[in-house]
Design a protein around this ligand. Structure first.
Ligand SMILES: C[S@@+](CC[C@H](N)C(=O)[O-])C[C@H]1O[C@@H](n2cnc3c(N)ncnc32)[C@H](O)[C@@H]1O
Length: 262
């Protein structure tokens, strides 16, 4: 049974309970936009809600459910010792929270996002808040899915990467296409590598289908199908049978994929 709880807070407004299982008390502190000047006039989040007010380009300035799901998975793997000596690369990291969890257990973490709207500054600030928690060598870098001309340092880090994590980066067809192309290149660079990605199927009702469909998820599946054909990848949708360390809704639309290159 889960033991006593630890608190993980994301800014002063958000507090998440970490149900600790044989874990020391941990506190992750994170600033989200609205409490810092990120050159945006968008109104802050409403407490306890995943706001839909964020501009699409700035969705990294809040924490999404996929981040908690990957966080749960990392704690589960970390406690088992499966992340020891691993280099972990996060794509579309947002606030950086998932990378900080990875940083508790891994050897090295490269936390990346697009260099837009102050996201990288936010991650760097949050990294500072959590420096006591992060045991891994930790680097924040820009990685834009639409630009695969990686710097020398990033190319080296990607070669050395064992595990890639990505939470909630499938929400727009163009971003999804660029993300899948990036994943294809990374997974095929100095394999084997394993990607864990969490995403939330977002349903809309369309007259065309006269039904509720999750168009971005469908786009992702069809792009994934194309790139995995002819590859040596293993692709599986994971069962969510590991503990919930964070308190959030593991809604049925939340799914986790594991893709490994041999
Ligand atoms: C919905 S947010 C998820 C953030 C975080 N992973 C989470 O789950 O809380 C999507 C993330 O994808 C990033 N993103 C969007 N376009 C991108 C691109 N072209 N290259 C890299 N990251 C991108 C955003 O900046 C944002 O951090």
């Amino acid at each position: 049974m889960p033991g006593p709880s630890s608190l993980i807070s994301v800014s002063n407004k958000f507090t998440f309970v970490l149900r600790a299982v044989k874990m020391p008390e941990l506190t992750v502190t994170s600033e989200i936009y609205g409490e810092y000047n990120y050159n945006t006039k968008i109104t802050p989040l409403i407490e306890g809600k995943h706001s839909s007010k964020t501009k699409l380009a700035l969705v990294g300035l809040q924490v999404w459910r996929g981040a908690f799901l990957i966080g749960d998975l990392l704690i589960y793997l970390g406690v088992k010792g499966a992340l020891k000596e691993k280099t972990i690369l996060e794509l579309g990291a947002g606030t950086g929270l998932t990378s900080f969890i990875a940083g508790i257990y891994a050897k090295k973490v490269i936390c990346t996002d697009i260099n837009l709207g102050g996201i990288l500054d936010l991650i760097k600030l949050n990294t500072k808040y959590n420096e006591k928690l992060i045991k891994a060598e930790f680097r924040v870098d820009a990685l834009d899915f639409t630009n695969m001309a990686w710097s020398q340092q990033l190319s080296k880090d990607i070669r050395d990467t064992d595990i890639i994590i990505a939470a909630d980066v499938v929400y727009d067809d163009d971003v999804t296409a660029a993300f899948v192309a990036t994943v294809q290149k990374i997974l095929n660079t100095n394999s084997p590598k394993t990607l864990y990605m969490a995403l939330e199927k977002r349903y809309v009702f369309t007259i065309e289908h006269m039904d509720s469909v999750a168009p971005c998820y469908e786009t992702f599946l069809s792009l994934l199908d194309k790139v995995k054909n002819g590859s040596n990848w293993t692709v599986e949708q994971m069962t969510l049978d590991f503990p919930e360390y964070f308190t959030y809704d593991r809604v049925k639309e939340l799914v986790l994929w594991k893709i490994s290159s041999a």
